[in-house]
Design a protein around this ligand. Structure first.
Ligand SMILES: [Zn+2]
Length: 246
């Protein structure tokens, strides 16, 4: 069997395991009131604290076998774990269908993992992880430098600066009139990172789709007059364009 075949076959498995890790971040860092550390120790049941066996740790499969309940105390395992793992299985299969080099497909998967984490975090907590956005920018630039499927390196670097500066300037103008910030600092860095992946030519489409998604969320959550998660809109738009390279 060729190396290409093996690495392609492993992508969905890596996707599910990666999705499972995003689920842990979601559960311990985003959804939980008390922020727990993501320690690389054996996972345990959140109710009875019993350590999980290997059979209980298999993504997707364990959830189905255990019918969503802890084997010992019968408490419910959060269904979000299952949904996120399924989402990442679909994403990795989608990536295999694209005309990408296999290394680039793995890089795109990591980028999507970071973007999905940002999208959920901004939606639930109005908070973006700066380190994740910086990592998105670095990975986006490396990807453009080696493969240039999503963007050439020049457009990627110009995109990084334009993405950051545009929202920074819009916020400064907004501040002049309203005396308060309209866009969070986290959004500048995230938009810069996303345009480092897709290049400055995607400035318009990404900002337009992100604004529509953000307004849609604002409408559905009745928060059009309050703080709306622009970061969620940006991250979703960035993810969509990774799954359909133009
Ligand atoms: Zn339990």
């Amino acid at each position: 069997m060729s190396l290409l075949f093996i690495s392609s076959a492993l992508l969905p498995m890596f996707g599910i395991i990666f999705g499972s890790f995003v689920g842990v971040i979601y559960h311990r860092k985003i959804a939980s009131r008390i922020k727990k550390e993501i320690i690389i120790t054996r996972s345990h049941c959140d109710t009875c604290y019993k350590q999980l066996t290997i059979l209980e740790l298999l993504p997707i499969v364990s959830y189905l076998i255990l019918r969503g309940r802890c084997k010992d105390c019968q408490s419910e395992i959060p269904i979000q774990y299952f949904y996120i793992e399924i989402l990442f299985l679909i994403i990795s299969l989608n990536l295999l269908l694209l005309p990408l080099h296999i290394v680039e497909a793995y890089m795109a998967l990591v980028l999507i993992g970071l973007l999905v984490t940002q999208a959920i975090s901004d939606f639930l907590n109005k908070e973006l992880f700066t380190l994740a956005s910086i990592f998105i920018a670095i990975l986006g630039i490396i990807q453009s430098l080696i493969f240039s499927t999503y963007s050439s390196i020049t457009f990627s670097l110009v995109g990084l600066i334009t993405g950051f500066m545009s929202l920074y300037v819009i916020n400064k103008i907004y501040f002049l009139f309203k005396r308060r910030n309209g866009i969070g600092e986290g959004d500048f860095i995230l938009f810069g990172g996303i345009l480092a992946i897709h290049g400055v030519e995607m400035f318009g489409p990404i900002l337009l789709i992100a604004s529509c998604i953000t307004l849609g969320i604002g409408y559905l959550t009745h928060s059009l007059q309050g703080e709306m998660p622009l970061g969620t809109g940006l991250a979703i738009a960035g993810t969509v364009f990774l799954l359909i390279p133009l």
